[in-house]
Write a protein that binds this ligand. Structure first.
Ligand SMILES: [Zn+2]
Length: 77
């Protein structure tokens, strides 16, 4: 059982993950990388310089979250 190094949530991983695979924690949405297989070790991927492709995805996610939060705020107040 893998655990997210960021929030320590239990992670359900695909059984065919490989070394250096990237995936996202379902709890905190941190991007994780498989840095070792035996024993399994995961590391949070921090921002790196080649961010052209991945930054778009992250921005989309952030925008969606903000929209949801704004909408909820309007409903509450
Ligand atoms: Zn996490």
């Amino acid at each position: 059982m893998a655990r997210c190094p960021e929030c320590h949530a239990k992670l359900v991983m695909s059984p065919n993950f490989a070394l250096w695979d990237h995936f996202f924690c379902t709890e905190c949405e941190a991007e994780l990388e498989v840095v070792d297989l035996d024993p399994l070790e995961l590391e949070v991927v921090h921002d790196v310089s080649n961010e052209e492709e991945e930054e778009e995805d992250l921005e989309d996610l952030e925008e969606e979250e903000e929209e949801v939060l704004d909408w909820e705020d309007e409903e509450e107040w």
